[in-house]
Design a protein around this ligand. Structure first.
Ligand code: ADP
Length: 481
């Protein structure tokens, strides 16, 4: 099957969150499963220098954007895995310091940038000699592609376009813009209605995708159910309920090439289920690195997160303020809201020697935290899939999660299956419930045989892409021919 994936971020070329990880590894996994997958993404600043094997394709985009025409070039890179990546080269839109924003400010022309990118995706799907059997879109940035394809089928002589699959990675980000922006799509008014791209008088790119894609997936079974409810539907629960028959939840896989404690180049000491001694060394090295007292028997908790409301920062700050009175250590790696950063800085001042905070994005430190901690905290308000809890499991770091979305689907609590328990879940979104879960973890930590059993169960949990890929192929097949 020929599959064209389109995403505004793809690891290892660009990344702001789980979307990049997922698209990068889904592409490789599809190729490993014997499929022909290619990915199209924007050419952001610095990529040509970083990947000098990239070559220019003999291709010119010249596409209408409202009254104007905008041109772009195309580059390609063949990865060792056999995956081909196309890069849309439009320097005015993409040669910038950030992907979506600089500092705290989103680019004012994000609608224009990603409408243009969406048009490039359609152009490739239509005119590449390599004709995709399906176009798989990711998130709002390419949400308009199904409508654009449908329009070309109905009015511009595209005989038999490929079907489309839209994956929602996070319903909270919808790409909503003033109605005037709709002119840039060059679509007729008939797509701009309450069952289509229109949302309370605005253009909503994700809603357009939900309305017009042939099949919709999201990144965990539980999140697929949650987004059809008023509570977690972010205003789109109505349209999602209408399309429920075409909506499936597929838990993301993990790239165990990147996240393998036995062969992780970021770690001072490799370890595995049969050689757990290395984990202790990672803990000591991490404590040294972040200037916490090196103590083998003090439980070390970690969090790696965007500092956003979704991630439960408010209840985490309050629960830590209570729990740091106990003999524990905590390390945070995060970036995002200045207000939340301040919250952590204050906590660090109150509990010197017990908490370390690192702001910014640091891939290597993220691996070291997964390896060196005993427990990983993820108290999300909602969580479509979440990757860090799955990385934690593989690194024998017991996840403490709120039972929502993919966190609920990937972690097993003692209350669910005693002998398979690999993490701790709490249900209420309150700091009290989180503090209680941390107390439980202390009880587990101080029973060496029990924590060993949790670790064993955790490290055996398998979220490899093999299984996941079959579920995507199944979803594609439901809409082909
Ligand atoms: P989301 O996509 O909502 O941010 P996920 O858990 O799905 O959450 O994915 C987050 C990804 O981003 C993980 O790979 C995580 O390790 C990484 N990440 C988040 N914040 C940081 C940071 N400050 N430094 C390094 N990696 C980070």
């Amino acid at each position: 099957m020929k599959i064209l994936l389109a995403s505004s971020e793809v690891y290892p070329f660009s990344k702001t969150g789980g979307l990049a990880d997922m698209v990068g590894s889904l592409g490789v996994a599809l190729v490993n499963a014997g499929q022909e997958a290619r990915i199209v993404t924007p050419l952001y600043r610095g990529l040509r220098d970083k990947f000098p094997r990239m070559t220019r394709v003999n291709w010119k985009f010249d596409l209408p954007m409202g009254e104007r025409h905008v041109q772009a070039d195309l580059w390609e890179l063949d990865l060792d895995s056999g995956l081909k990546i196309y890069f849309v080269d439009q320097p005015d839109y993409f040669d910038r310091a950030g992907i979506y924003q600089e500092g705290q400010f989103s680019y004012a022309d994000n609608a224009e940038r990603f409408i243009f990118f969406s048009k490039c995706v359609v152009n490739l799907a239509r005119y590449l000699a390599w004709r995709p059997d399906i176009v798989h879109l990711h998130d709002w940035q390419v949400g308009l592609v199904p409508a654009l394809i449908q329009h070309q089928r109905d009015s511009a002589g595209w005989g038999k376009p490929p079907p489309t699959c839209l994956t929602i990675h996070n319903l909270a980000y919808q790409g909503t813009f003033p109605a005037a922006v709709y002119a840039l799509t060059n679509l007729p008014k008939l797509f701009f209605h309450t069952e289509g791209a229109e949302y309370f008088g605005m253009l909503n790119c994700l809603k357009a995708g939900i309305a017009f894609a042939d099949v919709i997936t999201t990144v965990s079974p539980r999140y697929a159910r949650e987004i059809t409810t008023e509570e977690l539907g972010c205003g789109l629960d109505g349209v999602l309920r209408r399309r429920r028959a075409h909506l499936v939840g597929i838990l993301n896989g993990v790239d165990y090439q990147e996240w393998n404690p036995a062969k992780d180049p970021h770690l001072p000491a490799p370890f595995s289920l049969s050689k757990l001694a290395g984990k202790k060394k990672n803990k000591a090295a991490l404590q040294t690195f972040v200037a916490l007292p090196v103590a083998e028997n003090i439980p070390l908790y970690g969090t790696i997160s965007r500092l956003a409301e979704q991630k439960g920062v408010d209840i985490q700050l309050a629960a830590l303020a209570e729990m740091l009175n106990a003999d524990i250590q905590f390390i945070l790696l995060g970036s995002g809201s200045a207000e939340y950063e301040l919250g952590y800085r204050e906590l660090a001042r109150r509990f010197p020697g017990k908490i370390a905070v690192q702001f910014g994005y640091n891939e290597s430190l993220a691996h070291q935290i997964e390896a060196g901690c005993d427990f990983f905290l993820m108290p999300s308000r909602f969580e479509p899939c979440g990757l860090n809890q799955m990385y934690s499991l593989r690194y024998g770091t017991i996840p403490i999660v709120r039972a929502t979305g993919g966190l609920d689907d990937s972690v097993i609590d003692y209350g669910e299956q005693t002998d398979k328990a690999n993490g701790i879940k709490f249900y209420e979104y309150t700091s009290r419930a989180l503090a209680k879960a941390i107390r439980k973890s202390l009880a587990i930590y101080h029973q060496p045989e029990l924590i060993r059993q949790y670790r064993r169960n955790a490290m055996r949990a398998d979220f490899s892409w093999g299984k996941t890929v079959d579920e995507y192929l199944e979803a594609y097949r439901t809409v082909m021919q």
